[in-house]
Design a protein around this ligand. Structure first.
Ligand SMILES: NC(=O)c1ccc[n+]([C@@H]2O[C@H](COP(=O)([O-])OP(=O)(O)OC[C@H]3O[C@@H](n4cnc5c(N)ncnc54)[C@H](OP(=O)(O)O)[C@@H]3O)[C@@H](O)[C@H]2O)c1
Length: 222
């Protein structure tokens, strides 16, 4: 896609599918605090409305379909289990839009978190396969919802790895990540290399458990 088809950062309307969960609420809060228009999406209108009111900053709450329709950039923040069905159902509303996938397909057992096998290679590649008319970008996999939601945390001190096959879309999402204080958006390759980015979250879960932390990543020498 071309530069002129890419919305300007300051004019984005950011919709968050599954925005009632901790990750969606956390991202919504930080983007709204940065002055962006944000819509919380949910399967249930009242839940979306209630969470949006709780966040404040003029955040709105709608059902997922209306969120997709009214937004110029849509973040998928649903559990892996609901990912394919929801995106396939919203393909029409998401056509032509930037869809940011932050889904980590992980399993959990008594030994901790582990990567799940994904036929498409990653959740983001599954999104791209289901949404051939959207511009799929992968980002925000390693940002802790706890830190995003913590009113005592002014700055997050971490990089957000941004992957995708559309240069204008990844540039925009890098800039959007940079609206969260302390965060840099770093281009980290094409969608075909997203599997290990999503799976790395299992390692971060292990780090967090061992060190009682909310670990994030920093890339050096750039
Ligand atoms: N939590 C984190 O720190 C973190 C960090 C990085 C990435 N992520 C990724 O972000 C995504 C969301 O994480 P989360 O912790 O916020 O998840 P979550 O609380 O389990 O789910 C988020 C929301 O998704 C909706 N949902 C649940 N099951 C669904 C289904 N089957 N179909 C459609 N919608 C469904 C629910 O909203 P409604 O009931 O209101 O529709 C729920 O509030 C996950 O894929 C996770 O891997 C999370």
């Amino acid at each position: 896609m071309s530069e002129h088809e890419t919305p300007a950062l300051d004019e984005l309307v950011i919709g968050i599918l599954g925005g009632t969960g901790p990750q969606g609420r956390g991202l919504a809060r930080r983007f709204a605090m940065a002055g962006h228009q944000v819509i919380i999406g949910s399967r249930n209108h009242d839940r979306a409305y209630g969470v949006a009111r709780e966040i404040g900053h003029d955040v709105r709450g709608l059902v997922n379909r209306d969120t997709a329709r009214e937004s110029s950039l849509v973040i998928a923040a649903v559990p892996w289990e609901g990912h394919a069905e929801l995106l396939a159902d919203l393909a029409t509303e998401l056509a032509g839009k930037i869809v940011v996938d932050c889904v980590n397909p992980l399993g959990f057992d008594q030994r901790g978190a582990y990567r799940l096998p994904i036929p498409e290679g990653s959740a983001a590649e599954q999104a791209a396969a289901l949404l051939p008319s959207s511009r799929v970008v992968a980002a925000f996999h390693h940002v802790s919802a706890v830190l995003l939601l913590d009113s005592q945390v002014d700055s997050l001190d971490q990089d957000v790895l941004v992957l995708g096959d559309d240069r204008y879309a990844t540039d925009l999402v890098q800039a959007l990540a940079g609206r969260i204080p302390g965060v840099r958006g770093i281009y980290a390759g094409r969608l075909r290399n997203c599997g290990q980015i999503e799976a790395l979250t299992a390692n971060l879960v292990s780090i967090n458990r061992r060190y009682k932390a909310h670990a994030g990543l920093r890339v050096t020498d750039i």
